[in-house]
Ligand binder design. Structure first.
Ligand code: 5GP
Length: 186
């Protein structure tokens, strides 16, 4: 199959969401919508941001092999629905925006998947940004910072790392990586 499964990860606050939006605007990609057991945040829409399901529904889906990958972090389940991704891959390249544990599961089951980690220009600056966000309590922020350090510690398991120092530049770099990879597998 010549269509690519592209996995984008990166610590919280690094700008993954904006990068994904830009990639989708360029066209030629389908974005996988994950299932999660966490509650929707303000402005999030069912079937667009996530499919918001209960823990019981999630565990049932795990049991019947319904996830390409899943992980349990920030005290909730997050998973990529297998059927959607497989169907889309018949037509186009598919982007998953998921965290590192799930990304490494995908690489194991789909060695041809392209794993890209988005990194901040500096870890310190990202830490400061997370602290400044203000919308979350101290405990949540501390958890996000320790998760950020964990995610960055896995960067060598990725095929590529891209520093989000400038949005347009980072998107161009990602598009080049994808184009090269597609050239390789034609
Ligand atoms: P948030 O709760 O802020 O939307 O997402 C928290 C983290 O979960 C982010 O790092 C995001 O990339 C990750 N995530 C979202 N969907 C999935 C998924 O389907 N699988 C995995 N493994 N991680 C996910």
């Amino acid at each position: 199959m010549k269509n690519l499964l592209i996995v984008l990860s990166g610590p919280s606050g690094v700008g993954k969401g904006t990068i994904v939006k830009k990639l989708l605007q360029k066209g030629g990609f389908a974005l996988s919508v994950s299932c999660t057991t966490r509650l929707p945040r303000a402005g999030e829409r069912e079937g667009e941001s996530y499919f918001f399901i209960s823990k019981e529904q999630f565990e049932q889906k795990i049991d019947c092999g319904g996830f390409l990958e899943y992980s349990n972090h920030f005290e909730n389940y997050y998973g990529t629905p297998r059927d959607f991704v497989e169907k889309q891959l018949e037509k186009t390249d598919v982007v998953l925006e998921i965290e590192v544990d799930g990304a490494l599961q995908v690489k194991k089951s789909n060695p041809k998947a392209l794993l890209i980690m988005i990194l901040p220009p500096s870890e310190e600056e990202l830490k400061a940004r997370l602290l400044k966000r203000g919308s979350e309590n101290e405990q949540t922020i501390a958890r996000r910072i320790s998760r950020m350090q964990y995610e960055i510690s896995k960067k060598d398991s990725y095929d590529y790392t891209v520093v989000n120092d400038d949005l347009e530049r980072a998107v161009e770099e990602i598009l080049k990586i994808i184009a090269n990879k597609k050239g390789d597998i034609k």
